[in-house]
Each structure stands twice: as structure tokens, then as C-alpha cells.
Design a protein. Structure first.
Length: 177
């Protein structure tokens, strides 16, 4: 377990979990949102995004989080382990709502100078409508997507408690739980 990809729906905690895994195992962490969200919320060009994913995953060991289909063929092919945060809609929506409110109020900088705003939450492209458009669809489609990469060791975590317990079980000297 040296090349770990963490996936899950928007707001499930991919980045938080990936950082915890990377810290526990002493591996570099890559966040696909950083490479995708350019200043003023402009999406990176596909070629540029794919180059970032390819460069990061060319390392011998890493932890990366993200669900971007535009580079799935690179990250999933190079990973040896896929950690799927498969939480209920209720759990993810609550996490997403509280995270969004916290970010709007604090004006926390996210990526490349971007911040979430109250006004932005009423956009069709904001994270809350995106959750409703994608959460259940991803739950249905992910098993089929995983089947296209039979080399992957899949760890499907169905609750935040299961994720925390799994991370605690990791040992940097012997990363096989």
C-alpha cells in the first residue's frame, strides 16, 4: 500500500482523510481540487490538470484525493489502493452544509485565492446543488468504475467512525492494516 487514492462524494471528507493517511504513513499528499480550481473558480484546462495528476502520481509512493473523471485513467491506473468513502446522503449533506457555512463565515481561502461566498451558494454550480446531482449517482456508478481497475485493493468505508478506526490501524512501518 504505497499509492493510495481516496474517493468519495463532495463533502465526504476525502481531503481530510487523505491528509491523515499521508501523515500516518509519511507519504506526500496531492489534492486534485488544488490543481482543478484556478483563480476566480476557473477550471483548469484538461491537459494542464492531467499533467499535474501525472506528475504527482509518477512518484513511487503517494496519497491523492479526488474524483475527477478527466484524469481517472491516470490516477486509478497508478494507484495500488482505493479508499472509497461511501457514506449515507444524510451524513455527507450534514458535513457539507456545516463545512460550507464555516467557510462562508470565516472566508477561508481554499485554492488559488478562491473563497466560498453566501451569494455563490445560490448558484447551480455550488457544492450543495452539486451534492444532490451527484451523491446517489456516484454510489450507483462507483462499483462499475472500480471493476475497470481490477488491480486495486479497495477499502470501502461506510461511516466516519470506520474511517477513523481504519486510519488508526495504519502503521508507517507496516502499512497493511
Amino acid at each position: 500500500m504505497e499509492r493510495i487514492l481516496v474517493i468519495g462524494t463532495t463533502g465526504s471528507g476525502k481531503t481530510t482523510l487523505a491528509r491523515a493517511i499521508a501523515g500516518r504513513l509519511g507519504l506526500p499528499h496531492g489534492e486534485q481540487d488544488v490543481w482543478n480550481h484556478q483563480p476566480n473558480w476557473q477550471a483548469a484546462l484538461t491537459q494542464q490538470f492531467r499533467a499535474e495528476v501525472a506528475a504527482f502520481t509518477a512518484q513511487s509512493a503517494w496519497v491523492m484525493d479526488g474524483n475527477y473523471s478527466k484524469a481517472r485513467d491516470i490516477g486509478w491506473a497508478r494507484a495500488d489502493t482505493l479508499v472509497w468513502l461511501d457514506y449515507s446522503g444524510q451524513v455527507v449533506f450534514w458535513r457539507l452544509l456545516t463545512r460550507t457555512v464555516r467557510r462562508v463565515v470565516s472566508q477561508q481561502e481554499l485554492w488559488n485565492g478562491n473563497r466560498e461566498s453566501l451569494r455563490g451558494q445560490f448558484s447551480r454550480e455550488s457544492v450543495l446543488p452539486w451534492f444532490f446531482r451527484t451523491h446517489w449517482k456516484r454510489q450507483r456508478e462507483t462499483p462499475q468504475q472500480i471493476s475497470q481497475f481490477p488491480h486495486l485493493r479497495v477499502i470501502r468505508l461506510r461511516s466516519p467512525g470506520a474511517a477513523e478506526a481504519w486510519v488508526r490501524s495504519l502503521d508507517s512501518a507496516n502499512p497493511q492494516p
